[in-house]
Design a protein. Structure first.
Length: 388
């Protein structure tokens, strides 16, 4: 008979944190958030699991070859060094989940932002798909396996940096300034940047321009050095990618719109399970145990009105109306891309939180209630009597 596995105190703490995080993630009010954070938690804990303790399956090799460094399996020395730090981070995340499930709007709103890729790792995953160039079409189909030539800025600035490949050659605007636009090979990126700058939608900061406006000469009226010109492009690219809100997949955007507008019913929160009860409890003779039972029975389970927090940061009851407003806020920061065959170009469609938050329900009205009044609800004055 094999001996049971002996875990250290630190390993037991990590196991308890994993179970607690997965338990709290199952009670999140949004189904997409539940599935997203479940995958995220499991992948992060697997990254800090030694390979000898992992399950011998093809999934282990998949984790080893995962493209993102956050989910790659760490070495044993790194795991031992970062264990306490990662446990504290997991404990903070557990408290954040509990606050979100208790109805704190700031925590719940941030959880939704992570889920729908407005911030966090999923945002950059959506950006990575947006930054893929459109391959040239041959016979109505995209040609794969072609070698992508360097961009005009890569040739002009003698650099193979990736951010230079998405731009066209600079065009002269005036004697002292040039303009650099996004290349037509990245039409989807160009459409999203232009529409977000035009609509004035932002979460961190506004995108001021959809193209680079840069001086062509330095302070001494000499030709701009290549290194400085390259840094101007790099700063604009970094700032724009930080502020850019990538488009969601069309099906996900349509589902979010239906939830925000009330076209699809919110399924409601997940009911918490009742804690397990020991079937045949043994009688306790300890005085401290019975004293604790009496004190627990006499204590009030809920704080009084004077002790409850007030203001915008107070916990709210998670109701369909609250969730519809949250979905509307996320929808106002999200867009989807649509292809128009007649125009031959992409267009970005942004959601509006105003239409989602103000829903007017109509009903039959008896005209007798408003008889004898004008459009403003006032009773009209009697006409003056004629003098005979």
């Amino acid at each position: 008979m094999p001996l049971p596995v002996q875990y250290s105190a630190s390993q037991l703490k990590s196991i308890h944190l994993l179970r607690a995080l997965l338990r709290e993630a199952t009670y999140l009010p949004d189904s997409s958030a539940r599935s997203y954070f479940r995958r995220y938690i499991i992948n992060r804990f697997k990254a800090y699991q030694p390979s000898q303790n992992a399950t011998a399956s093809k999934g282990v090799q998949a984790v080893e070859k995962y493209r993102h460094r956050a989910f790659k399996r760490r070495r044993v020395a790194i795991i031992n060094e970062r264990t306490r730090e990662m446990q504290r981070k997991a404990h903070r995340g557990l408290n954040y989940f509990r606050r979100a499930n208790n109805g704190e709007l700031s925590c719940l709103h941030k959880v939704m932002l992570f889920t729908y890729g407005r911030i966090g790792r999923r945002k950059y995953a959506l950006l990575g798909d947006l930054l893929k160039p459109e391959l040239p079409s041959i016979g109505g189909q995209q040609a794969g396996g072609l070698v992508v030539e360097p961009g005009p800025l890569q040739k002009l600035y003698y650099s193979n940096k990736r951010f230079l490949s998405i731009f066209d050659a600079p065009t002269k605007v005036s004697e002292s300034h040039i303009s650099i636009s996004i290349s037509n090979r990245y039409r989807r990126l160009k459409t999203v940047v232009h529409s977000q700058a035009q609509e004035g939608i932002a979460l961190v900061g506004l995108i001021k321009r959809d193209k680079i406006q840069a001086p062509s000469k330095n302070a001494w009226e000499r030709q701009m050095p290549i290194k400085r010109a390259r840094n101007i492009v790099r700063r604009w690219y970094a700032e724009t990618m930080t502020r850019l809100l990538p488009p969601l997949p069309n099906e996900e955007w349509d589902q979010l719109k239906a939830l925000a507008y009330g076209e699809k019913k919110w399924p409601g929160p997940i009911r918490r399970r009742t804690p397990a009860i020991e079937p045949n409890p043994e009688p306790h003779q300890n005085h401290d145990y019975w004293s604790a039972v009496v004190h627990e029975g006499l204590s009030t389970p809920k704080p009084s009105k004077a002790d409850r927090p007030t203001g915008k940061e107070r916990p709210h009851n998670i109701t369909p109306r609250l969730m519809r407003r949250l979905y509307g806020k996320i929808l106002g920061l999200s867009c989807k891309l649509e292809w128009h065959d007649q125009k031959g170009k992409w267009s970005a469609r942004w959601g509006s939180d105003r239409e989602a938050s103000h829903i007017v329900y109509g009903g039959p009205v008896n005209d007798i209630l408003f008889a004898g009044v004008d459009a403003k609800g006032r009773k009209p004055k009697d006409p003056p009597r004629s003098i005979q």
